[in-house]
Write a protein that binds this ligand. Structure first.
Ligand SMILES: NC(=O)C1=CN([C@@H]2O[C@H](COP(=O)(O)OP(=O)(O)OC[C@H]3O[C@@H](n4cnc5c(N)ncnc54)[C@H](O)[C@@H]3O)[C@@H](O)[C@H]2O)C=CC1
Ligand SMILES: O=C(O)[C@H]1O[C@H](OP(=O)(O)OP(=O)(O)OC[C@H]2O[C@@H](n3ccc(=O)[nH]c3=O)[C@H](O)[C@@H]2O)[C@H](O)[C@@H](O)[C@@H]1O
Length: 464
């Protein structure tokens, strides 16, 4: 099948390459000519494991190309819309202007009876709005096929997704939806043959499935982070608590890792958009719920700064601080709404001398926040630190040797805001280790000064 993918960012570039690997002839269209040039050289314009290989395979077969000209999409019979839907600059709502602009640019090049399928994450009602944009082309069939891939594992998630969701006119039982369902079945034939579940529903349901899934994931993270706060206040350990909770298969331990919280180009803006949708639909329960999830999440960033201040004996001003991690999660160079950079900025605003390092995201971070100091070498970044903060849990930071790092820093104090270090091993090497939700506040408040020792089996704070 001849397919176009409109918008070739973190979602669209992966989607285009995946479709080519399934045997389709695919052209990716993007208004960013630099991105298109990069992709046409066979390289991903961002860090995504496995994508370069998939792009090269696509070019080798001659089935994959990229272009900045919409007319190059004219021969496709099916078009996927993958442009951004960021948070509006002035409110919680999603900015749909890129989606509208892309649809308008594509309009003159749509063949008779072409199928136009959205993959971007959108508020409920968006397909109806786009129908209006396409009012002069009733022959064009519309579908919505939300995407659930995660950055860092996007290639694997696309080749073996958990499920396929099709939003079609009238939903599952309607004859009007059959042509779109058939077209999408033809696109995803290898996945359907492999037994990947597929659900067909109406547009509102498809739009809400995506928003609800991200809202649930965000809820799970904020739930465990709220528990982390309770653990700190009571002397419990959130890692043990989440492990025990997760052993109940009804709960499950995935996405139940407490720490600095969620960021990125999707979850934060999606829960805010969801909140705005609930408000517009007068559903106060969802509106309030999303508000709490968001504020617990942002609260983790503020708590991290407060713990850092505590570990610097109350004063961040003038302290030499090293931040490990700039990306919003490991295995990506994406810094959109990165919790790590948010904390780094807050530390710098409090007067600390902050050096940020990251295996892949330094360039993006430096272009966005030139006021921060960046260092690409982990060793150089750590030299002379009075406090080390682990804020993005890249494997190379998880596996750092406490002895080797200890030889670089001025003071062996680490705030492991992702709760991933082996605290006992670091403490044995003379480090003061603090996590989030490890019972530290309760321990600190129940002891009388001067404190000589703490329970080494826990990640307790050592008060100096
Ligand atoms: N990043 C992810 O892991 C996932 C993203 N999504 C959703 O997919 C959508 C895209 O997200 P990302 O790929 O992360 O964003 P992105 O910002 O990386 O990519 C968007 C791309 O669209 C291009 N673009 C903007 N206006 C255009 C136009 N008028 N015509 C053609 N191209 C245009 C931009 O130049 C950019 O390359 C969003 O709605 C997001 O919520 C859904 C699932 C996963
Ligand atoms: O709509 C989207 O764009 C995507 O958003 C998320 O994917 P992504 O943002 O790429 O990455 P996640 O692995 O979900 O992590 C998001 C954030 O949550 C944080 N997180 C995740 C899991 C956890 O247990 N604890 C936790 O703090 C991560 O550090 C990261 O900052 C969803 O997982 C995808 O299913 C969805 O398609």
């Amino acid at each position: 099948m001849k397919i176009s993918v409109i918008g070739c960012g973190y979602l669209g570039a992966v989607h285009a390459a995946t479709l080519a690997s399934m045997g389709h002839t695919v052209v990716g269209i993007d208004v960013d000519a630099q991105k298109v040039a990069h992709l046409n050289k066979g390289f991903a314009p961002f860090h995504e494991p496995g994508l370069d290989e998939l792009l090269k395979d696509g070019f080798a077969t001659g089935r994959l190309s990229f272009s900045a000209e919409f007319e190059d999409a004219a021969s496709a019979s099916l078009h996927f819309l993958c442009v951004g839907t960021p948070q509006s600059k002035t409110s919680d709502t999603a900015d749909l202007s890129y989606l509208i602009a892309a649809t308008k640019s594509l309009l003159p090049h749509l063949a008779k009876g072409a199928v136009l399928v959205g993959k971007s994450t959108v508020p409920v009602g968006t397909v109806d709005m786009l129908r209006g944009v396409l009012a002069r082309r009733p022959d064009v069939l519309l579908g919505w096929n939300p995407e659930f891939l995660r950055q860092g594992t996007a290639v694997k998630d696309s080749l073996v997704p958990d499920r396929l969701v099709y939003g079609v006119p009238g939903g599952n039982s309607s004859a009007a939806g059959v042509p779109v369902t058939k077209a999408l079945d033809a696109v995803y034939e290898p996945l359907i043959s492999a037994g990947i579940p597929r659900l067909v529903c109406n547009f509102a349901t498809a739009e809400l499935i995506k928003s609800a899934a991200n809202a649930f994931l965000a809820t799970k993270v904020s739930f465990i982070n709220a528990m982390a706060e309770l653990c700190d206040a009571s002397g419990a350990d959130v890692s043990e608590l989440s492990e025990a909770m997760g052993l109940d298969p009804r709960i499950g331990n995935r996405y139940l890792h407490a720490g600095l919280g969620f960021g990125g180009g999707c979850l934060p803006k999606d829960i805010r958009s969801f909140r705005a949708q609930a408000r517009a639909l007068d559903v106060s329960s969802v509106e309030e719920w999303m508000g709490v999830v968001d504020s617990v999440n942002l609260g983790q960033r503020a708590r991290t700064v407060e713990v850092a201040r505590e570990l610097c004996r109350g004063h961040l001003s003038g302290r030499t601080v090293t931040v490990l991690g700039a990306a919003f999660k490991p295995d990506t160079d994406d810094i959109r709404d990165s919790p790590a950079l948010d904390v780094a900025l807050q530390l710098a605003a409090a007067g600390a001398h902050v050096t940020v390092t990251d295996p892949k995201a330094i360039n993006n971070a430096w272009m966005r926040y030139p006021q921060l100091r960046f260092e690409s070498s982990t060793t150089r970044a750590l030299e002379g630190a009075e406090l080390v903060l682990l804020l993005t849990e890249w494997e190379e930071y998880r596996s750092l040797s406490p002895e080797a790092v200890g030889a670089l820093v001025r003071r062996r104090t680490v705030l492991d805001a992702r709760n991933v270090l082996d605290a006992a091993a670091w403490e044995a090497a003379g480090w003061t280790v603090r996590g989030l939700g490890t019972g530290a506040t309760a321990e600190a408040s129940t002891v009388t000064a001067p404190v000589i020792s703490v329970d080494n089996s826990k990640r307790g704070v050592t008060i100096l």
